[in-house]
Design a protein around this ligand. Structure first.
Ligand code: PLP
Length: 376
């Protein structure tokens, strides 16, 4: 497709109607199987929906364009995409992960590594010396960065990590869920593979579970990731693909609004007497602020975390008193969510009084009033 600016790519949704009805959005084909011509399938032909179906083309082409990728594959969840990447590694590989990252992936890794003979090292990824010390040349297969990272929104230096990974013969994989391709394009900074929980901002309406992986290059490793999706059955369903595409068309607007509101909220929280600390990369006090200014464009994301005075009980009370902020897990939807992270994370390293705020697209003055009332 022609190279448009991201807003145009998203609004158009990589779609040109060839439908005889002239429909401006593609139909949903529910077929799981497709007629087999006697001469066999052409290269682009569909055979069985576990290997792909027409409705994947549009969202995969859109995300591929946004991430400036060689290929994109959509999965049934973010975890399905991320585990497909790790399971593409050779037995006995070593991988380096950040300490601050999505806890579900950390939990799965621990189990998987113990059973499958994979070695994992978690480091403070803001400290590049720690990363260099952890990497074992020709044994480390993957450096994994989630940036901004859950739930402190630390910023990891993608270009520097790519250099470290490549000089050791490893790949850099970046979880770009929180930044979204609107704010950051890790492949252009040297990452090899980017993964997403498309359940979050890409869909944006808290009604689809989906994941994505995109690659800078089609190589044997990527072919193995695709094989894992097709043969483990991790492909995204037809309805979910259509809903995801509908959600993505407003990604740019939603992310822009969330970023603006998050920046306003974070600055206000700094002044609140019951807030001990604010984690937001848009604040000059955040340790990743300068790097975020270089690495992200158009905003610092829609996620803010705060430490509330009075410990975990006080933080829990806040989540029961908000009316607009809904006490629920997840992030990146149009509605704002609040959660005390330690309560839901396995093996958590998170402060007991940390509240994670996913800033939606409501009026920011209402969001602030609601939080202020709940803080008391
Ligand atoms: N990565 C990040 C940063 C996440 O926040 C999540 C989910 O919360 C995941 C990955 C996993 O995605 P999913 O829940 O779609 O499997």
């Amino acid at each position: 497709m022609p190279h448009y600016l991201p807003d145009t790519t998203l609004a158009q949704g990589a779609f040109e109607s060839h439908d005889p009805t002239g429909a401006v959005v593609p139909p949903i084909h529910l077929a799981t199987t497709f007629l087999r011509p006697p001469e066999g399938y052409s290269q682009t032909g569909w055979s069985y929906s576990r290997y792909g179906y027409p409705g994947l083309e549009q969202p995969e082409a859109t995300l591929k364009a946004l991430e400036s990728a060689a290929e994109c594959r959509l999965f049934s969840s973010g975890m399905s995409a991320m585990t497909a990447v790790i399971m593409a590694l050779k037995h006995g590989s070593h991988c380096v992960f950040p300490i601050d990252m999505y806890h579900g992936m950390r939990t799965w890794l621990r189990q998987y590594a113990a059973r499958q003979g994979m070695e994992i090292t978690h480091v403070d990824m803001t400290d590049l010396d720690q990363v260099r010390a952890a990497v074992i040349p020709r044994k480390t297969a993957v450096l994994w960065a989630e940036t901004p990272s859950n739930p402190h929104w630390y910023i990891y230096d993608i270009a520097a990590l790519a250099d470290i990974a490549h000089s050791a013969g490893a790949r850099l994989v970046v979880d770009n869920t929180v930044a979204t391709p609107v704010l950051a394009q890790p492949l252009s900074l040297g990452a090899n593979i980017v993964v997403h929980s498309a359940t979050k901002y890409l869909n944006g309406h808290s009604d689809v579970l989906a994941g994505a992986a995109v690659t800078a290059k089609v190589d044997d490793f990527w072919e193995q990731v695709c094989f894992n999706r097709d043969y483990h059955g991790g492909v995204l369903g037809q309805f979910q693909a259509a809903l995801l595409m509908r959600g993505m068309r407003t990604l740019h607007l939603r992310v822009g609004r969330s970023c603006q509101s998050a920046a306003t909220l974070a600055a206000e929280c700094l002044r609140h007497p019951k807030v001990e600390k604010v984690y937001y990369p848009g604040l000059p006090s955040h340790p990743g602020h300068d790097l975020a200014k270089q690495q992200m464009r158009g905003g610092f994301g829609g996620m803010v975390s705060i430490l509330v005075t009075g410990g975990s009980a006080a933080a829990d009370r806040v989540t029961t008193r908000t009316r607009i902020w809904k006490p629920a897990t997840s992030l990146g939807g149009v509605e704002s969510l609040i959660e005390r992270r330690e309560a839901i994370e396995t093996n958590s390293h998170v402060e007991p009084n940390l509240l994670r705020l996913s800033v939606g697209i409501e009026a920011v003055s209402d969001l602030i009033d609601d939080l202020w009332t709940a803080l008391g």
